[in-house]
Write a protein that binds this ligand. Sequence first.
Ligand code: SF4
Ligand code: SF4
Length: 477
Amino acid sequence: MINLSRTGTRMPVQAPEVRTDNFQEVAEGFTEEMAVREALRCLQCREHPCMTEGCPVSNHIPEFIKKITEGEYEEAYQILLQTTVLPAVCGRVCPKYLQCEGNCVRGGKGRPVAIGALERFVADLHRKRVQAGEIEEIPGSVAAVSSASEEQAAAGSKKVAVIGSGPAGLACAKDLASAGYAVTIFDREQVPGGVLAYGIPSFRLPDEVLAFEIDSLKAAGVTFEGGKELGKDISIDSLMKEQGFSAVFLGNGTGRPMGLGIPGSDLEGVCSAADFLDRLNAAGGDEAALKQVLPGEGTVLIIGGGNVAMDACRSAVRCPGVEKVAVVYRRSVKEMPADPAEVAEATEEGIEFIYLTAPLEVLGEGGRVTGLKCQKMELSDPDESGRRKPIPVEGSEFVIPASVVVEAIGSRSENDGLDGVELSQDKGLVVVDPETLSTSRAGVYAGGDTVTGPKTVIAAMGAGRKAAGEIDKYLRG
Ligand code: SF4
Ligand code: SF4
């Protein structure tokens, strides 16, 4: 029986006036009845473009959805584990409208099947059942690489180092551990997860959800060493020549924020979105700690139009005492790269959007921010790539009063730690063979943002899995 509803099942969310007072997850998840109803909308397409065109890790989408319609939720979870290590995370943070759901056949006439919400449903149910002692957590067997037992035994004598515990590193580590390699993840932070732990606010990804999926990785045999920074505490040379690692995967992301570089950017009250989100996450919803990050008076301005800008503005609006939050973006809403659902939720939360506006100077008094001098922009005709450039409108300068200015204009790689190591780089990004993800140094592979620049969590996971397969081939000669 197929559910022919074109509108689909909406996930319940906290009301805007309630959620702006807390850091609890906004989306509350499907109930069992909702999940089955939504799963019944899947047409079980033979070509299933949701999977082949839309999902960077090729989750078996029709297959796991079918299991939901049959009430076989744990089986649905096990199907997901064949291809992904973080289903509860991806179900929440993937830009699904561009990926699986953006390719769903049902999207042609109505709403696509809520694939992400269904993925999240089965992963959350699995976690709750393990936590309630109803089922045992069996280390999953993601297997992009060989997993025959005799090969596992051979692999067991080889050590692989993974640098960076973000999505690329976690995915690579899990596949290699499943194939029998002794895998250690090194990260400069003490808590694993990279951008997932430090960059995504808890109202989109609760700590508990990430911690459970990382624990299942540890249960699969992956060792984690925090507080180890590349170029400071460890180097590729020391790992390979002194510590006996046969291969290294670099998945250290692009954690260095870019700054506005305009006059006044060094004033107190100007910070990067990465730093801002990191400190707010560390505050963990505690009112006194939040007040230390954002004292509360005045307007918080977020500069930028991507998903990080959305995370920053929506975090700021939840801080006690903050009077107003506004996003300043130099193009129009049409060009804004942020997920439209995030923009809609931010708007519901009372965040103001100031479009076609570029910052010129941060103004201050006594060393502290008091405002932002801006200029209006208009858009050029589309260039060959179809992109419309913002052009300053003469004589349109104006000042927005502000107490805090958060720069959310992108990040770049942190490969300074590679200085002195023979590894080809281009503008700070590691150069790899696109087929094999191998770098210019034998045995060293790289993937995710450190190669491509900032992309999505699931694209990084896809690269991590691909690299694991290539490392396995390399180590088996
Ligand atoms: Fe969709 Fe992301 Fe899940 Fe793939 S991993 S099915 S893209 S939500
Ligand atoms: Fe189901 Fe949509 Fe995928 Fe078709 S494209 S199999 S309807 S999820």
